[in-house]
Design a protein around this ligand. Structure first.
Ligand code: PGA
Length: 255
């Protein structure tokens, strides 16, 4: 559905990796290798402790900055949490919300995803909202039911104006960090389902504009095959985003 309307977006989710010094080395390498790239949105999502330094390093570059999570309240007695307002203040433009590791290990629910989306939007951050089924759900043939529930709950009350500001990441849990990438056909089928859901909820014109990334063992040698599909608009990259060579190659091969 009109892929030309959607600019590719490749984001690196560093997860809980990199000290300040290591992160700065990685960003220096990416700036060196990627400064000429103007046709893809490139984003890095380091841990909270690196955001301020890296934001300074990325000023006036073509690389965007995102956080890996946020809390929904603006401020208050919430020990250990970081608000969307604080992320904006630290220099972020993006925030990952509802990553499967948050859902699996930190009790993230569709309701908390929903509140976080509103907090991000209020602070002019682009939410990268993750959805995806696990292995047993895929094997039972209920993958799309699971995705539908995540979309229904996560985007509850999100307006037509706001949905256009959102990026969705389809990340089948069985493909994350396992080396088992979904085949381009499996990924396309799920992306098409998600775009169909968007069409039903918001109309085709809006659904055509929303970018849907694939995530799960994306590597330099499989990105091309994924990007060749009509509804795959980019990637959320974990392991392969931690090295200059592999993340650069993924960005280059996505074009
Ligand atoms: P992976 O992680 O690329 O290491 O599979 C992707 C993700 O969790 O976003």
């Amino acid at each position: 559905m009109n892929k030309g309307l959607r600019r590719p977006i490749i984001a690196g989710n560093w997860k809980m990796y990199k000290t300040v010094k290591e992160g700065e080395e990685l960003v220096n390498g990416l700036k060196r290798e990627l400064y000429k790239v103007t046709d893809v949105d490139v984003v890095v999502c380091p841990p909270f402790t690196l955001l301020v330094n890296i934001s300074d390093m990325l000023l006036e570059t073509n690389i965007g900055l995102g956080a890996q999570d946020t809390f929904w309240e603006e401020e208050g007695a919430y020990t250990g949490e970081v608000s969307a307002k604080m992320l904006k203040d630290a220099g972020c433009q993006y925030v990952i919300i509802g990553h499967s590791e948050r859902r699996q290990f930190f009790d993230e629910t569709d309701e908390s995803v929903n509140k976080k989306i509103f907090a991000a939007l209020k602070n002019a951050l682009t939410p990268i909202v993750c959805v995806g089924e696990n292995l047993s759900e895929r094997e039972k043939g209920i993958a799309f039911d699971v995705i539908k529930k995540q979309l229904d709950g996560g985007f509850k009350g999100v307006s037509e104006v706001d949905i256009e500001k959102i990026v969705i990441a389809y990340e089948p849990v069985w493909a994350i960090g396992t080396g088992k990438v979904a085949t381009p056909e499996q990924a396309q089928e799920a992306h098409k389902y998600i775009r169909g859901w968007l069409s039903k909820a918001y109309g085709t014109d809006i659904a055509c504009k929303i970018r849907i990334q694939y995530g799960g063992s994306v590597k330099p040698d499989n990105i091309k095959g994924l990007m060749a599909n009509e509804d795959i608009d980019g990637a959320l990259v974990g392991g392969a985003s931690l090295k200059v060579e592999t993340f650069t190659a993924i960005v280059m091969n996505s074009r």
